[in-house]
Design a protein around this ligand. Sequence first.
Ligand SMILES: Nc1ncnc2c1ncn2[C@@H]1O[C@H](COP(=O)(O)OP(=O)(O)OP(=O)(O)O)[C@@H](O)[C@H]1O
Ligand SMILES: [Mg+2]
Length: 260
Amino acid sequence: MLNSEEKPHPHLVKVFCKGMLTARGRKRGIPYFDMEALHLDSSAFFRWHKSAPGQIFESMEHLFSGLAYIHSRGIVHADIKPCNLLIGSDNILKICDFGLALDFTKISDDMCHKLVTLPYRAPELLKHYDDKLHRHEYQKQLKLYHKQINGKIDVWAAGCTILEWVTGEIFLNGMFEVRQGMEIIQLRDQRGRVKIKVEPFQRKKFKDIKKVLSQCLTIDPGKRPTAENILSTLEMIKKEGREQRIAHGLQGQKPNVLVV
Ligand SMILES: Nc1ncnc2c1ncn2[C@@H]1O[C@H](COP(=O)(O)OP(=O)(O)OP(=O)(O)O)[C@@H](O)[C@H]1O
Ligand SMILES: [Mg+2]
């Protein structure tokens, strides 16, 4: 089990024990996991906290730290979305619901449509084609990205999740797989990333978060950064912020944009 060792990862929900509940007279049992209980799921948390950029930045660090850890063990979560990320009363984010998690070498084409809830599903997983729509240019374009599937599917889902923390709304909501692919291709910019043209991101205080998000929403998985790369980018942003505050003689003051 991923997080039941003596030193559990700080950003994965702690599992104390697991087992099977069996009723007398029944052959098959029901599996159970005894876990730590957390305060709120992340969508409820950010509704409550009115999407404060400092808190979002901190939660991003927690999320990518947890993802980098599971990916380093060859596992993809495959269901990253706001309600599978829990936040405790100490504001620490933890990843939960490993019901779809699997070894990424075991992912085959026929299981792609079962991985990740549709609005958070990466383009390389959208392999279902409607024959009548097959001639559409966007489908040919999407096919270019059907490369090896790995932890980058969680990075895409994390990008969609963070966007939802900021806006309070699902970003790419195609309703069915073909439509989802179409929305992604229609929003593609010249760099092959999804355009983020939603209102809060026009504000300066979301500049750094937007920069990281657009990297997560790179359509080509080969060019999309890993969770480990994103973690380094977040560290760099924090360091630059600290240096700027020192240069302006503000080192003792709390930053008004990011929690650093
Ligand atoms: N350890 C926990 N502490 C507090 N709340 C939790 C915990 N685990 C799960 N929850 C809550 O219960 C909800 C459902 O749990 P979980 O995601 O494991 O089930 P699920 O049936 O796989 O749901 P879904 O299909 O929507 O992902 C979570 O979204 C979360 O709000
Ligand atoms: Mg869940």
